[in-house]
Design a protein around this ligand. Structure first.
Ligand code: NAP
Length: 276
């Protein structure tokens, strides 16, 4: 029997990229999967692929996570069609490099932080009652170290890391575990691709499928915070933990600030970065 046989999973940000791979991986582990995002057609394609590859029950639930009403509707629809949610994977996220003062970051904060917290609050009571639940939050290394020209994004992801480790400890012993996964740059798909600029080696790089595999593995093993790019990010984060000024000196010397400023000056509006 598969480890997550007959478990019900809700995956946000599942219309493409990382979220779609996470949904696929959870179905491979035996879950019935509900996929949500705004683009209904893309969700249907992802669902079709999951059904073809795994034969698992799949539900398409379009919705805009910025809307509280949509968030309530998504959870209600999944519960009434598939039963209680056992696994919640919060993969939806938006972000683009900008000069802080010339950018309204409210959508970033709502999509990346308020929405996953709200969805988690909606599913945890039932998980506690049944003494089983797995929450996977996709944060970012940017949230752990703070990259320039991404202030709102870093705030949202740092908040998500803080939220996850706090709730995990609160829920210890209840059967409900919370895992937060922090990827570095994904090079094949996702919000960074529209920049069409290779990321410096020290930011790490990975494919979205690999990140999805590692994130779901961390969820299954009930890890706390999984840094899914092993090298060079883990050693860098260790330096950061020991001495943030030293880490900053190293990355600035390597040109990280200049690189991020360059991204903020590029026009990627109208691409997949912020809008469907
Ligand atoms: N790409 C990277 O290098 C990287 C690095 C570290 C962390 N991450 C994180 O990984 C996650 C996935 O990123 P990605 O690069 O795969 O991004 P992506 O390809 O742009 O996908 C983002 C997903 O979020 C959904 N989404 C965005 N706004 C939404 C909204 N208002 N309501 C509902 N769904 C919404 C999108 O679907 P619709 O547009 O159809 O709504 C899409 O499915 C994000 O949390 C991101 O912060 C990415």
């Amino acid at each position: 029997m598969k480890p997550y046989e007959s478990r019900v999973a809700l995956v946000t940000g599942a219309s493409r990229g990382l979220g779609a791979h996470i949904a696929h991986r959870l179905a491979e582990l035996g879950c019935a999967v509900a996929v949500t995002a705004r683009s209904a057609d893309d969700l249907r394609l992802v669902a079709k692929r999951i059904i073809e590859d795994t034969g698992r029950q799949t539900l398409v639930v379009p919705g805009d996570l910025r809307s509280r009403e949509d968030r309530v509707g998504i959870v209600d629809q999944v519960e009434s069609s598939m039963g209680s949610i056992d696994v919640l994977a919060n993969a939806a996220g938006i972000g683009a490099a900008n000069e802080f003062h010339s950018f309204d970051g409210s959508d970033v904060l709502v999509t990346n932080l308020e929405a996953p917290i709200d969805l988690t609050r909606r599913v945890v009571p039932c998980m506690r009652e049944r003494e089983f639940g797995r929450i996977l939050n996709i944060a970012s290394i940017a949230g752990a170290v703070g990259l320039p020209y991404l202030a709102d994004y870093c705030a949202s992801k740092a908040g998500l890391i803080g939220f996850s480790v706090s709730l995990r400890e609160e829920l210890r012993g209840t059967g409900v575990s919370v895992t937060v996964a922090s990827p570095g740059f994904m090079v094949d798909e996702g919000m960074y691709v529209p920049y069409q600029t290779p990321a410096p080696w020290y930011f790490g790089s990975n494919t979205s499928r690999k990140v999805a595999e590692r994130a779901v593995k961390a969820l299954v093993k009930q890890r706390s915070h999984a840094v899914v790019n092993r090298l060079p990010m883990r050693p860098m984060m260790t330096i950061n933990a020991v001495s943030e000024p030293m880490m900053r000196f190293v990355t600035r010397s390597l040109g990280a600030t200049k690189f991020m400023r360059g991204l903020s000056e590029m026009d990627v509006t109208g691409t997949a970065v912020n809008e469907p």
